[in-house]
Design a protein around this ligand. Sequence first.
Ligand code: APR
Length: 312
Amino acid sequence: MAKVTVVGSGNVGATVAQYVAENDLADVVLVDVLEGVPLGKALDLYEASPLHGHDRKLIGSQTYDETKGSDIVVITAGIARKPGMSRDDLLKTNASIVQSVATQAVKQSPDAIFIIVTNPLDVMTYLAWKTTKLPSQRVIGMAGVLDSARFQSFISEALNVSTEDVRCMVLGGHGDLMVPIARYATVNGVPLTELLDADKIEALAKRTREGGAEVVALLKSGSAFYAPGASVALMVEAILRDKRRLLPCAVLPEGHYGLKDLYVGLPAILGKNGVEKIVELKLAADETEALKKSASSIRENIDAMNKLLVTA
Ligand code: APR
């Protein structure tokens, strides 16, 4: 029986637990530092199981004992972005939370695959990789799936076609410099560039880049969680069912796209071992440039975080 631990039982964590159980993917352990909250949410979700017709165990805990032997550990613990706050403002607080969570979780589940959700995403994934000392194939950041789902939604709305038929990938960091690759977007195989003019596509790409902030501005407190939760569940499914899906994820390139020593969103095949392969696409000069720029910004943040952690 597969087991998924979700650390952080806030909006995103609880939504991940919900989708993982409802999609009958695995038993779930919800962990949080808050007293009672992970237990209450796990119990509430468990009580919904007869309604959804699954027999997944859902338990909550304030410690890591129950997480022992997890197949996947999802880290959503941290503070969420508030209106007017950039993702990078979160760096300091979330770095110490992710370090502490990753250290405790990997002790109980040294064979697990880690999926990191806490922002700033690419930097936190790098930190989790460094902290757990796991092979990079087993430490993956969730961002590209979410950013791509947002781009897909906007494309389908603009063309008035089913979201099911829209495929696309957003690469680069999970920030303002993310790189929606419109050239590879299709509607059931038909290139998007044949269906929409360049200005319209750019407008949709811009909305995608600002997708997280658009939700934050509306919610007033807290940030997005339904689409992020569903994105994690999709990655969990790809791994547990060894689907070998090609999905944009934050991964550690080893010279791919001329990049190394950082986590950044690239197309990856996800299967039972985590990242089975990083796929190198032929990018146009402007796309390569945009990816490099995004990677530079991540590297600056990794350097900033390293300085913060040294002085902490
Ligand atoms: N260990 C376990 N849980 C923790 C810890 C810790 N050290 N520190 C904080 N948490 C918990 C909080 O108690 C809270 O319940 O993490 C949870 C975060 O939940 P929310 O505040 O609801 O935030 P959420 O919207 O779920 O976002 C979580 O995902 O998308 C990103 O930017 C977002 O970094 C944020 C993360």
